[in-house]
Design a protein around this ligand. Structure first.
Ligand code: ZN
Length: 255
């Protein structure tokens, strides 16, 4: 039976998401922003929580861990390089490690920049990626603990996943990201199409994710810092891609 996911909102703009292996009954929560919406999703689906896979230490991704672990005795998997900042960790993981959720196998990709130890989880057989606050649809996370060059390298790793990979991110920021992206690439047709799709989804009360890596490569300016036309439009023709990325990120911070 194919993998199942359940996506829901937490706080004002955080996403929670469950991944479920019907064969074994195993269910993982990707991060745990707050316990109540995760419990509601478990009740709605009838799934039993076996694991929490943490992407990074921020409180809006870890605040529900203690309560969920107490209720379900689930395993908590966390990034090795910042596990000391995350509560009740059972297992730490780093680049290339495999995390099993029942029979599902996720590969750990280290994606530092937003935080120093941030990781993403990629399930190759299911073509699913959980990228926390590194990549957003038409955007990317703020570079808080790392530097722009590090963040660009992390985004390149995610950009290198198969085009038909569906990715889930930590926040519903897509509408604001689209508005900003149009200031960088006003003539990008893929971006214009995505803008229409996002308006339609939000008007219908639906989330704008998951998105695919392939679609994102065509429309997300933060994944396009090495496109010569993008560098040129920012007055940075010939600059290294990470510098173009840094300029786009800086403009977004000020927007
Ligand atoms: Zn964060």
């Amino acid at each position: 039976m194919p993998v199942q996911t359940d996506l829901f909102g937490c706080f004002t703009d955080n996403f929670g998401v469950l991944i479920h292996d019907p064969g074994t009954g195993a269910t993982a929560s990707i991060d745990a922003p707050e316990a109540a919406p995760v419990e509601a999703a478990l009740k709605r689906t009838g799934w039993r929580l076996t694991d929490i896979l943490v992407t990074h230490h921020h409180g809006d991704h870890t605040g529900g861990i203690a309560q969920l672990k107490k209720a379900h005795q689930c395993r908590v998997v966390a990034p090795r390089n910042e596990a000391q900042r995350i509560p009740l960790v059972d297992e730490t993981v780093g680049e290339g490690d495999t995390v099993k959720v029942g029979a599902l196998a996720g590969r750990v990709i280290e994606t530092p920049g937003h935080t120093a130890g941030h990781i993403s989880y990629f399930f190759p057989a299911e073509k699913l990626a959980f990228v926390g606050d590194t990549l957003f649809s038409i955007g990317c996370g703020r570079v808080i603990e790392g530097n722009p060059e590090m963040m660009w390298q992390s985004l390149l790793k995610l950009r290198g996943l198969p085009d038909d990979t569906q990715f889930y991110c930590g926040h519903e920021y897509t509408a604001a990201n689209v508005r900003f992206a149009k200031t960088i690439e006003p003539n990008n047709k893929a971006l214009a199409a995505r803008a229409e799709e996002v308006s339609r989804l939000l008007a219908a009360g639906k989330p704008t994710i998951p998105a695919t890596i392939g679609a994102e490569k065509a429309a997300n300016p933060f994944l396009r810092a090495d496109v010569p036309e993008v560098a040129q439009s920012l007055g940075l023709a010939g600059s290294p891609a990470w510098k173009v990325f840094a300029e786009i990120r800086e403009r977004k911070n000020r927007s």
